[in-house]
Design a protein around this ligand. Structure first.
Ligand SMILES: Cc1cc2nc3c(=O)[nH]c(=O)nc-3n(C[C@H](O)[C@H](O)[C@H](O)COP(=O)(O)O)c2cc1C
Length: 295
């Protein structure tokens, strides 16, 4: 039995900017889910190397994420058309310009969506599936909660819907399925995976976080991001409340994900979702997958 995405399990490893690189992607694909490569900061040459590294480590299907706010998307799409991958996931925009071309070379296109209006647009575009992502999620978020969003999206579109936001174990998968989803996309839980290439300090901060441990910055600029509360988010939120200029807000967070990945838990943006409070140990990917989908 395989899913429509060619995987054994209805599980997508949500792209993690600068983090979901070959070690995590191949581990998830080998465990039966769909590992998804981030392309944030990659060029066609470094993407080629990352894809080769995934293919050297797994024979299972994997995906490549295009974060549509990224300036490199225009360069990466021609590469993915010439060198097709099993799945492309898109986020933070519409894949209108290239979805049909990717499908024509055999790539499944899965769009991450924050509300019913965008889900309907993606259905009209003919994507293969959508990920309905609630605002509990880590990283860039919309405004709707997973519980409300997933049932409205599954009612609105005749497409496979994967639920994302606040899922880390079989209870979350059961809830998503009850709301009509065919499967789940998980992000935050992988931050505590042994294979994930981030500093031990970032992983430890996710494990230490409680249920109220995240905050949302960037709402004023229309680019809301959920991450673990720390001195950097406190400074940002104070500046936002004080009406600081766009340039000075950008300056606070410039390079801050890179700092988090390197282990700066005070001045880094440790993107993570509300479910971080339920993550209590650093474990191999296989164990995380087994908790989501017990044998
Ligand atoms: C550290 C981090 C980075 C993320 N980066 C991306 C990204 O580059 N592209 C994307 O589509 N989603 C990104 N996401 C969202 C995830 O793919 C996923 O949809 C989300 O984490 C699911 O919710 P959860 O965090 O509650 O599991 C990111 C999430 C986190 C936690």
């Amino acid at each position: 039995m395989t899913t429509q995405l060619g995987t054994r399990l209805p599980l997508i490893q949500g792209a993690l900017a600068q983090i979901s690189l070959p070690p995590l992607v191949s581990a998830v694909s080998n465990a039966g889910g769909l590992g998804v490569l981030t392309t944030v900061g990659l060029t066609p040459a470094t993407l080629a190397a990352a894809i080769a590294a995934v293919q050297a480590a797994t024979t299972q299907p994997f995906g490549v994420n295009l974060m549509l706010q990224q300036p490199n998307v225009a360069e990466l799409v021609p590469y993915l058309l010439a060198h097709p991958v099993p799945v492309v996931t898109t986020s933070a925009g519409s894949p209108k310009r290239f979805a049909a071309a990717l499908q024509a070379v055999g790539t499944k296109v899965v769009a991450v969506i924050p509300n019913v209006t965008v889900a309907r647009k993606m259905a009209a575009l003919g994507v293969d599936a959508v990920v309905a992502e609630g605002m509990e999620s880590g990283g860039h978020i919309g405004t709707e909660t997973t519980m409300s969003l997933v049932q409205q999206v599954t009612a609105a579109v005749d497409l496979p819907v994967y639920a994302a936001g606040g899922i880390c174990d079989a209870r979350g998968v059961a809830a998503a399925t009850a709301l009509g989803a065919v499967g789940v996309q998980v992000g935050t839980a992988w931050l505590a995976a042994e294979e994930t290439p981030i500093s031990p300090a970032y992983k430890a901060a996710v494990v230490a976080a409680g249920d109220t441990g995240t905050v949302v910055t960037g709402r004023r600029l229309g680019d809301a991001v959920r991450s673990l509360a720390n001195p950097l988010t406190a400074e940002y939120l104070a500046a936002e409340a004080d009406g600081a200029s766009v340039a000075s807000l950008h300056q606070i967070v410039d390079g801050s994900l890179t700092r988090a990945i390197a282990g700066d838990v005070e001045r880094g943006t440790l993107m993570a979702g509300q479910i971080a409070g339920a993550i209590t140990a650093i474990e191999p990917v296989k164990a995380i997958v087994a908790r989501l989908f017990p044998a």
